[in-house]
Design a binder for this molecule. Structure first.
Ligand code: ZN
Length: 290
C-alpha cells in the first residue's frame, strides 16, 4: 500500500471524535480518538494529530453529526446548525479544517459515511440502490446509489417518518417534534422509557420485542414502497438484540399486505451491517477527495 496516496478521516460524534490516516479503500494506518468538547478545545488536538502527517495527505473525509449543511452549493456549507452540543451551534467545521490543514475536504453525515462503508465494502455491496438504517439513540438513515449517497437538499431523515401506532400503544413519543414517528416510538430512548430497560432484556417473541420489530418493519415497508431498494441494512444498538432482523422482516411483509413484496430472497433483503463501530471512520476515509 506504500504507493497508494494517504488520506485523513474524521468522525465527529457526540461523545468522541475519531481521527484516522489511511487509504481510500478504508484501511487505517493510524488512528486515535479524543473526547468531543467545544471546538476551541477539540480543534487544536485534532490539528495536532494530522500535523504529524503534514505533506503526506491528499484529502480529508469528514463524517459529522448533524444537523449540518452538507450541500457544497448551499449557503452555510460545512456549518453546524443549532445543536445542543456546547459551542458547536453555527460552527464553521469545514472552513476551520480547511484553513488549519490546507486539504481538500468532503463532508458527509455520520450516518452517510457508515452507509458508504456498507455500500462499498459491506452488507450493501452489490445493491445498486441500498438503504442503511441505524437504530440506537435515534434512528438515522442513508440512501445509497451505486456506492455513494443519493444527492439531496439536506439529508434524509428516515427515522422521522410517521408510523401507524399499534392500537394498544398509548406511550408518549420521545420525539419532541412528532407524536408517532419511528424514532419517537422505537429508538433506544423510547424503548427505555416505555419498558424501563433495553430491548435485549426481553426474549424473542415477547410482546415488547414484537412491538418494536413491528414498528421497524413498518418503517421498512414504507421505505420499500417509496424507494424499492435492492437491500436494507439495519445496524445500531437496538438492532443487535437477538432475533431483531427476522422478526422485523416478518413485520415488513405483514405491513406490505401482499403488495409489492420484494421478489429477491427475503433473507438477503434485510441484513445486519458488516462493519461494527468502524463504519463511520472507514466511510470518512472512503469518501476523502484528492
Ligand atoms: Zn420525529
Amino acid at each position: 500500500m506504500a504507493d497508494h496516496p494517504l488520506v485523513g478521516g474524521i468522525e465527529l460524534g457526540g461523545t468522541k471524535i475519531v481521527l484516522a490516516v489511511g487509504h481510500r479503500d478504508g484501511t487505517i494506518v493510524a488512528r486515535t480518538a479524543i473526547p468531543t468538547e467545544a471546538p476551541q478545545q477539540s480543534l487544536p488536538q485534532l490539528i495536532a494529530f494530522f500535523a504529524a502527517w503534514r505533506g503526506r495527505l491528499c484529502g480529508l473525509g469528514v463524517a459529522a453529526f448533524g444537523p449540518i449543511v452538507i450541500d457544497p452549493a448551499a449557503a452555510g456549507y460545512g456549518h453546524l446548525l443549532a445543536t445542543n452540543k456546547p459551542g458547536w451551534s453555527g460552527f464553521d467545521l469545514v472552513g476551520s479544517l480547511a484553513r488549519a490543514l490546507g486539504l481538500p475536504i468532503r463532508l458527509v453525515t455520520d450516518v452517510g459515511a457508515a452507509g458508504i462503508a456498507e455500500a462499498r465494502l459491506g452488507a450493501l455491496r452489490g445493491a445498486p440502490l441500498g438503504i442503511y438504517l441505524t437504530v440506537g439513540t435515534g434512528i438515522g438513515g442513508a440512501i445509497l446509489i451505486d456506492g455513494d449517497i443519493a444527492p439531496a437538499l439536506l439529508h434524509p431523515e428516515l427515522g422521522h417518518l410517521p408510523l401507524q401506532r399499534h392500537p394498544d400503544d398509548g406511550f408518549a413519543s420521545t420525539c419532541r417534534f412528532h407524536d408517532c414517528c419511528a424514532e419517537g416510538l422505537a429508538a433506544g430512548p423510547a424503548i427505555q422509557a416505555r419498558f424501563g430497560s433495553a430491548l435485549n432484556a426481553f426474549r424473542e417473541g415477547s410482546d415488547e420485542h414484537r412491538l418494536i420489530c413491528d414498528y421497524l418493519g413498518q418503517l421498512c415497508a414504507h421505505l420499500t414502497l417509496a424507494l424499492s431498494p435492492h437491500r436494507i441494512v439495519i445496524g445500531g444498538g437496538v438492532a443487535q438484540a437477538p432475533g431483531m432482523i427476522p422478526e422485523t422482516l416478518r413485520a415488513m411483509v405483514r405491513h406490505l399486505g401482499g403488495y409489492a413484496t420484494p421478489h429477491t430472497p427475503l433473507d438477503d433483503y434485510l441484513r445486519s451491517p458488516t462493519f461494527g463501530q468502524d463504519a463511520g471512520i472507514a466511510g470518512a476515509l472512503l469518501c476523502a477527495p484528492g
